[in-house]
Design a protein around this ligand. Sequence first.
Ligand code: NAD
Length: 464
Amino acid sequence: MEHLDVGVVGTGYVGLATGACLAYVGHRVTCLDNNQERVAGLKVGRVPFYEPGVEELIAKCAGRLRFAGSERLTEVVRGSDILILAVGTPQGGDGSADLSNVADVARAIGRALGHSTPPRELPLVVVNKSTVPVGSAHYVSTLVDDGIVEAGGEGAEFRVASNPEFLREGSAVHDSLFPDRVVVGTDSREALDALRALYTPIVEQSFPTEWDPRPKVAVPFVTTDLVSAEMIKYASNAFLATKISFINEVANLCELVGADISEVAYGVGLDDRVGSRFLSAGLGWGGSCFPKDVAALRATAREYDHETPLLDAAAAVNERQRRRVIHKLQRDLHSLKGRRVALLGLSFKPNTDDLRGAPSLTIAGALNSLGAKVIGYDPVAGKAAAELMPDIQAVFDLYDALRGAHAAVVVTEWQEVRGLDPKKAASLMREPKLIVDGRNALDATASQEAGLLYRGFGRGYDRG
Ligand code: NAD
């Protein structure tokens, strides 16, 4: 197998998981970041966020995986076959993706290429893994060119490819080693060959699968043009977000007609054409990707003066689900002023400490503005949430959050939250001992039998 020299710019959830996994399967990888504190920590094996398995993987790759500050970019560009951009592309004010990090890195790559003497034998393959609006590869290409000119370099060759990432936080290592597919968009034969070589061990699953004893199956390697690859990423996330909004719409109807969404989703999801995943009703989608990617796709459509009624509705349903939490609290508590409300789980989903786009923050903000006292529990993200939202009183034990609370909202279905003992909860809470189960994660009957006033999402009119 051909082992390549790879640079990865950005050591966030995507860059770090990607870099570590590529090193694990045999490549020589240097991960760069402009956050010096982050780099210093990584050099001594400290992962700056909670992502199961990454720290262990880094330890296994010693010798093939290095970390450096962005000031070493020129050296890394000189020594790399492939340079992967995995910097953040947060949501800008108008909903479109903010490409400033990508632009900075693209220009810097150009300058580094312009300074490379003697000129490289093979063109550098610049791979965009950050989620960027459709058409951005051409923008990156122009910026690299600008950087080359700025550095006074001539004839420095590079090729651009789009290689969108589909990993999920919380299982980033697994998803990087065992992806459903690898997508590569490029109009360059050299770039395609390089990326094929990069992903061969993953596509062929020809590395030790110590974490996953599944039989080895080839991973589809999807090759397409640049724009289609970029679109695949947005369409995937937009579809998943829409699927969740769809089931929430059905759940809201279930509450009216007295049906139970858990039963309905199970029956619907057994149809192969639908599938059972992403059919959980509740307070909706959040995180660092779905909200910003749906917003960016809608923003792209606006650039073309094109309407996206389905995506608009998916986003509107999602916003409404969060307000429904407040309405459910008000239905039983009436005024929220002075009420103690515990938020159980604060990260945007279980197994991550990521609070970007987390429903907990919106809900806590709404509760605060209505005069409630908010207590937040999360097994890993509590401290960070309290820093972001000083009005949340963070506690580090589930039952401390419930002590004296009039109501609790299941926001994130961490295992610890799923395992809540309803009797203990009832003994600690204050009347009316209301549980709003924003993830339909608890046993409704056991909760009610323990003396809790249980309200789920779409679980029939007595529990909805
Ligand atoms: P992140 O915010 O966790 O990490 C980004 C990293 O890039 C940070 O370490 C930051 O310091 C670094 N960085 C920013 N500007 C830089 C620069 N100019 N030079 C060097 N380093 C720089 O982001 P993330 O969650 O890893 O996401 C990265 C990209 O991947 C985004 O476009 C995102 O939409 C996409 N993506 C994310 C996920 C996910 O689950 N997080 C999944 C798929 C795709």
